[in-house]
Design a protein around this ligand. Structure first.
Ligand code: A3P
Length: 338
């Protein structure tokens, strides 16, 4: 019954609707909605704008996920360096099992294959993930998510599991999101004009936005509970990857020994996970690791300050104002130029 509501509206929404449970369809009907960037609508669930399938997956995760004390959750808002963070964390915690060598898993698998997303992989289907699989994941289990802290908090707070949040300046994140959207929309759909995307972004209407609430949720938690949440910034990592790699390893409980440091282990991991290395690997040029999206689109420029090539001075001023207003005196600030 509820499905007809979708089929009447849009082809794409109908397709999404078909995959949604009756319960999720009912839930959507009760949520505020806005035109989406790529899908017909984004819905506001627990304060954040999400696609229907993301909401269904989040509900399922919240109901069923049982965290373990050793679990690690890698959280980001889309296009903030998720792929990089997953690669680094995987290489760090598994370095005894998989020393940096010519047959390291990161050379044949995309980081999203090695560190599954809650919402796009483990809880993406209405059926529960194979729990035996979930419990067989190597320790510590690494998970990825774009879910905001408040939505994540319930299952995660009940355990001593740790959370790493990687944040990127909103200027570059916006430009990266806009490029990505236009690469993955169906060829039959017109590209999204940057001005339209920008207006929506500044209003907070973007996947898992408003970006300021997403960032502040994790930021505040990292200040209150620094042992629970590590807050990293993309720009800082680009500036000194070795320093942040060590910080990440310490936080995850896998510090580098002096011998490892002397043997150049930190630099080897940094190089293995670098944009330049990952981008050129066959698996990242050809595969599809997140839903049906091509891996090659996950690697574009990886620069700090690329936004200057796309945003007009007026747009830059507008976004600066939004950030000043929304981030206020939180203490969260960004480097927006190299
Ligand atoms: P750009 O579009 O600015 O190039 P996510 O992984 O969250 O989807 O983020 C994608 C952004 O991270 C893209 O930014 C992409 O190029 C960049 N990126 C991908 N792999 C990276 C890596 N190994 N190191 C640094 N940045 C990387």
């Amino acid at each position: 019954m509820v499905l007809t509501h979708y089929t009447k509206n849009h082809g794409e929404e109908a397709r999404e609707g078909e995959k949604l449970s009756h319960e999720s369809q009912e839930l959507l009907l009760s949520l505020p909605k806005e035109k989406g960037w790529r899908t017909p609508y984004l819905y506001k669930y627990q304060g954040f704008w999400c696609q229907p399938m993301e909401i269904q997956a989040t509900v399922s995760f919240q109901k069923h996920f049982l965290a373990r004390d050793t679990d690690v959750v890698l959280a980001t808002i889309p296009k903030s360096g998720t792929t990089w963070l997953k690669a680094l964390a995987f290489a760090i915690v598994n370095r005894k099992r998989f020393p940096i060598s010519n047959n390291h898993p990161l050379l044949s698998y995309n980081p999203h294959d090695l560190v599954p997303f809650f919402e796009y992989k483990l809880y993406a289907n209405e059926q529960l993930p194979d729990l035996s699989n979930l419990s067989n994941l190597p320790q510590p289990r690494l998970f990825g998510t774009h879910v905001p802290f408040a939505s994540l908090a319930n299952p995660i707070n009940k355990s001593s599991s740790r959370v790493v949040y990687l944040c990127r300046n909103p200027f570059d994140t916006f430009v990266s999101s806009w490029h990505y959207t236009n690469k993955i929309i169906p060829k039959t759909q017109a590209p999204m004009p940057i001005e339209d995307a920008f207006e929506m972004y500044c209003k907070g209407i973007v996947g898992f936005g408003p970006f300021w609430d997403h960032m502040l949720g994790y930021w505040k938690e990292s200040i209150e509970r620094p042992h629970k949440v590590l807050f990293l910034k993309y720009e800082d990592m680009k500036e000194d990857v070795s320093f942040h790699l060590k910080k990440l390893a310490d936080f995850l409980g896998f510090p580098f020994s002096l011998e490892e440091e002397r043997a150049g282990c930190v630099e080897k991991i940094a190089k293995l996970c670098s944009f330049e290395n990952l981008k050129e690997l066959e698996v990242n040029k050809a595969g599809k690791s997140i839903k049906n999206f091509e891996n090659k689109n996950l690697f574009r420029k990886a620069e700090v300050g690329d936004w200057v090539n796309y945003l007009s001075p007026r747009m830059a001023e507008q976004l600066t104002k939004v950030m000043e207003e929304k981030l206020g005196d939180s203490g969260l600030s960004f480097k927006v130029l190299p």
